[in-house]
Design a protein around this ligand. Structure first.
Ligand code: AVJ
Length: 339
């Protein structure tokens, strides 16, 4: 992108991001843990596959496309809230005594949200973390081009398994950035445990948290957001079967499955399923499973909160200072919480 200039090569070249791969699946081929976890979920009476398996490279691209759909309001609503709140967020972090933030971006994906936040929060170190290692590596390179002087440590890791970060990550002034309502993939009990880990000085050691969370609203709006007219969310859901085939060596035939997205009002969550369209068999090395027509694989929960229920959860986890910003329709909220 730059014309070749006659100057010492190192003088203006941006630093390269460090990259640490803590995710054995891509380092040494399929992780035995993943195969065990997948087989266990598929063999359960109510079959399930954890939502982290959506995100191979194609899955991450499909998710990016979802965020541009008319029906999928969360991403653009959250972006609108951030646009009005950046100054206020930076001021809130400063007044919590956070001077040289280490911005830890959980599920960073394409790093687009952090790229917009960085000029305001002015972190000393930026730590994008994502399970989709190859996707993240390219994204971290991009961020480094935008902020040549920023210390960037990219981490390929499944943080749903724990928040202990490698020693390259600065310990002081850690601010976790968890936008996009990804916390909603955990049940409220799991979310509490995850937030407690974040606050724990021996684990996440957070001073602050910037959290984006989807709010409860009418069922029709919620269900449309997870079952769009173009079928992108259906493709995203079905792509999980291709990813599982790669990791487990299974023989799922994507044609035989149908996408379902239902709002469970009692549990306050969107539930996504893949439903077998007829009686069928799935085989993998060391196992197999028969599905009856209509039987489902549960692939995702996306829990929806109210401002009150999320405030209560953050307090229970050990956060003390809590502020939030929302949009005029109160469809989505951005929370700041510090310890
Ligand atoms: C990335 C977990 C926040 O639950 O809205 C989007 C994933 N699934 N459409 C969400 C998702 C189907 C998304 N999160």
């Amino acid at each position: 992108m730059n014309a070749p200039l006659k100057r010492p090569k190192l003088a203006l070249a941006p630093a390269s991001p460090q990259f640490i791969n803590c995710h054995p699946a891509t380092a040494q081929g399929p992780a035995p843990d993943a195969a065990r976890e997948l087989a266990e979920g598929l063999n359960a009476v109510a079959a399930s596959v954890p939502p982290k398996y959506f995100y191979d490279v194609l899955g991450s691209q499909l998710f990016e496309t979802i965020t541009e759909l008319d029906e999928y309001y969360p991403t653009r609503t959250e972006a609108g809230i951030f646009d009005t709140a950046y100054q206020s967020i930076a001021a809130t972090a400063a007044s919590a005594g956070i001077k040289q933030p280490c911005l830890i971006d959980l599920g960073a994906g394409n790093c687009a949200k952090a790229t917009r936040l960085i000029p305001y929060l002015k972190p000393k170190q930026y730590v994008p973390v994502d399970i989709s290692v190859d996707f993240l590596r390219d994204a971290a390179e991009q961020v480094q081009t935008t902020f040549p002087a920023l210390d960037i440590v990219g981490i390929g890791m499944d943080f749903s398994a724990g928040l202990a970060l490698p020693p390259q990550v600065q310990r002081r002034d850690r601010v976790f950035f968890y936008p996009g309502s990804s916390l909603g993939n955990f049940s409220p009990d799991q979310a509490l445990a995850f937030l407690q880990q974040m606050v724990d000085p021996a684990q996440g050691a957070a001073r602050g948290l910037l959290l984006g969370i989807d709010l409860v609203k009418d069922k029709a709006t919620l269900e449309a957001a997870y079952d769009d007219a173009l079928g992108v969310t259906a493709a995203f859901n079905k792509n999980l079967l291709r990813h599982v085939n790669t990791l487990l060596g299974s023989d799922f035939d994507v044609h035989q499955w149908r996408h379902l997205a239902l709002f469970n009002e009692t549990e306050s969550r969107i539930e996504m399923y893949l439903q077998a369209q007829r009686n069928l068999m799935v085989h993998w090395p060391g196992g197999e499973r028969a599905f009856r027509g209509g039987e489902r694989i549960h692939t995702e929960n996306s829990c929806k909160y109210t401002v009150a229920s999320m405030t209560a959860l953050l307090r229970r986890a050990g956060f003390t200072q809590i502020s939030y910003w929302t949009d005029p329709k109160e469809w989505f909220a951005v929370f700041w919480a510090s310890v």
